[in-house]
Ligand binder design. Structure first.
Ligand code: SAH
Length: 234
């Protein structure tokens, strides 16, 4: 069993200035650790107020390297996990991006800042309560162009396929085949593969064309289970 220690809920007392300072310090730290390299992602992480995606009683922990509970069966992943996924994907301007597991909506907001107005962000969430939370956060912060869909993302979202980049942010028994099928030529997909409650491999698949795939293990991670047709039973 692998777990994270979640800090206790408490009333938020930090000011916007404090959050802003913590955000800048986090970005510096991620850069110093070599985890954050892309200028677009750096700008996105400086811009998107992560604390606004976190329920009030956990908000003061927004920039700690811990996952925090969200409404429903979800957690927001720790701050460094977004550069971990998005740098490996080489997420960039104009990409069509599909995220499976919206959680708080924070990852979708970051991705939107990276792909820009000529790109596309589709984010899927299976849990109705978590979906409502993510949608409200994205709307309140002005990310109304993110396409947020309630449903089983293990089957992808065919109406807007193909995608240049896909990520799933919950642990799957194997890479869901429909996601590979919805990946564009030269596309990249990333997500945790392995048993829930154990260490999983963060696997990236690169579509090299003509049915050829390159499989890269990027890191060891610990995510909650993917549900749905190509996930684990609830
Ligand atoms: N991307 C967020 C959330 C991670 S938690 C972050 O990194 O912070 C994983 C999320 O995936 C949860 O919100 C969970 O409800 C959702 N999820 C699990 N299975 C799913 C599925 N089949 N389709 C869509 N979302 C799913």
């Amino acid at each position: 069993m692998v777990g994270w220690i979640i800090p206790p809920p408490k009333i938020s007392v930090k000011s916007q200035e404090e959050f802003s300072r913590e955000r800048q310090a986090k970005v510096k730290d991620l850069q110093a650790r070599g985890l954050l390299r892309s200028p677009r992602l750096k700008a996105a992480m400086l811009k998107v107020p992560r604390e606004e995606f976190i329920p009030p009683f956990y908000r003061d922990y927004a920039y700690l390297e811990v996952p925090l509970p969200l409404p429903g069966e979800a957690t927001i992943s720790c701050p460094h996990s977004y550069p971990l996924f998005y740098e490996a994907l080489e997420l960039d301007a104009r990409h069509r991006f599909l995220e499976v597991g919206s959680g708080s909506g924070y990852g979708a907001a970051l991705a939107w800042e990276v792909v820009g107005p000529e790109g596309l962000v589709v984010s899927m969430e299976i849990d109705p309560e978590t979906f409502a939370f993510a949608r409200e956060n994205l709307q309140r912060l002005g990310y109304d162009q993110v396409v947020i869909v309630q449903g089983d993302g293990s089957q992808g979202y065919p109406p807007l396929a193909p995608y240049d980049r896909i990520c799933f942010t919950a642990a799957a028994p194997e890479i869901p085949p429909p996601l590979l099928g919805q990946l564009a030529a030269a596309g990249r997909l990333i997500g945790p593969v392995g048993q829930p409650n154990q260490v999983q491999e963060l696997v990236m698949m690169v579509n090299e064309g003509a049915g050829q795939w390159r499989r890269v293990v990027v890191e060891q991670v610990a995510y909650i289970p993917l549900r749905g047709k190509h996930g684990y039973p609830a």
